[in-house]
Design a protein around this ligand. Structure first.
Ligand code: LLP
Length: 433
């Protein structure tokens, strides 16, 4: 992360604190979140996309403290479940600055969103249109909505996190005509205000070509709504998905560059279509929180395994694993790591960092060169674990989910505490059941 660097003794410092001290106080595994890095990235998006609304995508990582930082830095917040909405409201986020997502929103969840005055609800199916229309009629509460459309783009990312090709669950297809029909039905619903269209093409994307195609198709639908239905849709959201560097192989754009590219695309399309440029928004999650955090583990065992052809691989087992970072197992994601507690002059060995779970696929870092003297007791840091690690953490093997420790100006503060065995046992109703 931004402030992370090693001192002469090879000890990693984050937010002005040696990670050895953080580990001694708070234990391992732990997510260490550099608050200034988070805030700097939030501001970079806010300023780079000045004039647009930037919704931080809470699914990447959300807790009360982070929701507060998001609001303080002038960003809006994207939530996609009653749980995320509860965290946002607890943090005091202005409901008018919250967008509510999801592909299967229940009637009670929609009712709650309307009651608290969520700024916009992004509708994903004809059933949801009917639900919101019925609730608006019943309660008389204003319902401001957007329609999630599928732009038909093949985003170049892992299949499981690409969302704008036709054969997946999200949105209304533009190609099939469903998206236009959705616009027609929302416009016809009393008490439901259609703010505009929403497109999210996928995640961990580096190439702006996908955004360009999506913007062109979505704006064409804006133009068609104006021409055929006489409806000027005031807003458009181009979603999130901006890639970050997990290893030195990745080379992400800055928010300034992304913003310049996206502005140029939108301006060009709107000129061609002869429509007003709508008010724009984006929803970055990973690009704000991902690089802000590293996971600290303690090495427990080291084992050498002979590979075909005579090479050897060193298996380094740490005290966490797929329960605190499922991304390697789920998406074949690449991570790097480093010994964070000391320097070493030992020759590097090819290492694989694995967890403590009862599963061979429990890999945190597939391949990394670590000093050959890596040993039990060493602290290992895995960078760029801020997004979709704590938020996708599980209790597999009854693991206790690690804490999130925010560091700033040399002070560490627990923002999510470590789970305890009592937390785990609390949901198990026990032998009387
Ligand atoms: N907006 C919508 C409607 C989304 O569905 C998402 C992510 C985002 C914004 C934020 O995308 P981001 O900027 O963070 O890429 N668990 C996967 C990623 C799934 C993303 C789901 N939606 C992963 O670990 O890579």
């Amino acid at each position: 992360s931004g402030s992370a660097r090693k001192d002469d003794a090879g000890v990693l410092h984050v937010g002005g604190l040696p990670v050895t001290e953080i580990a001694a106080t708070h234990g391992t595994p732990a997510y260490v979140l550099d608050e200034d890095d988070f805030r700097d990235r939030a501001r970079a998006f806010r300023d780079g996309f000045a004039g647009w609304d930037v919704y931080y995508a809470g699914k990447a990582f959300l807790c009360t403290a982070v929701a507060g930082w998001v609001a303080e830095e002038g960003l809006c917040l994207d939530v996609c479940s009653p749980g995320e909405l509860a965290v946002a409201l607890r943090a005091g986020v202005d409901p008018a600055r919250i967008g509510y997502h999801g592909n299967n929103k229940t009637v009670p969840a929609l009712r709650h969103a309307l009651e608290v005055g969520v700024g916009r609800i992004i509708l994903d199916s004809f059933a949801e249109i009917e639900r919101v229309a019925a609730l608006a009629a019943e309660t008389g509460l204003p319902a401001r909505v957007m329609i999630r459309v599928t732009a038909g783009v093949e985003a170049h990312t892992h299949e499981y996190i690409a969302t704008a090709h036709e054969d997946q669950k999200f949105g209304f297809s533009i190609t099939s005509g469903d998206a236009f029909e959705a616009v027609r039905r929302v416009l016809a619903a009393d008490g439901v205000e259609l703010r505009g269209l929403h497109s999210h093409i996928g995640s961990q994307i580096f190439d702006s070509a996908g955004f360009e195609v999506a913007a062109r198709r979505v704006l064409a639908l804006h133009a068609r709504a104006a021409a055929e239905l006489g409806a000027v849709l005031p807003e458009m959201d181009l979603g999130g998905g901006f890639g970050i560097a997990y290893t030195t192989q990745d080379d992400p754009s800055t928010p300034e560059v992304l913003a310049a590219e996206m502005r140029a695309i939108v301006d060009h399309e709107c000129r061609g279509l002869q429509i007003e440029v709508p008010h724009l928004s984006i929803e970055p999650g990973r690009a704000i929180v991902g690089p802000s955090t590293c996971t600290l583990y303690e090495v427990g065992t080291v084992k050498e395994v002979a590979l075909d052809g005579g090479a050897r691989r060193t298996y380094v087992s740490v005290d966490g694993g797929m329960s605190d970072n499922i991304r390697t197992a789920l998406y074949d994601a690449d991570y790097s790591c480093t010994i964070a507690s000391r320097a070493s002059a030992a020759d590097p060995v090819l290492a694989r960092v694995v967890g403590h779970h009862c599963e061979a696929g429990d890999i945190v870092v597939k391949d990394e060169f670590l000093p050959g003297d890596v040993a039990p007791g060493d602290l290992l840091a895995v960078p760029a674990t801020g997004a979709y690690c704590r938020s996708m953490a599980s209790n597999y093997n009854h693991a206790l989910r690690p804490p999130v420790i925010a560091v700033k100006d040399g002070v560490a503060r627990v923002v999510v505490r470590r789970e305890t065995l009592d937390d785990l046992l609390a949901t198990d109703v026990g032998p009387q059941a």
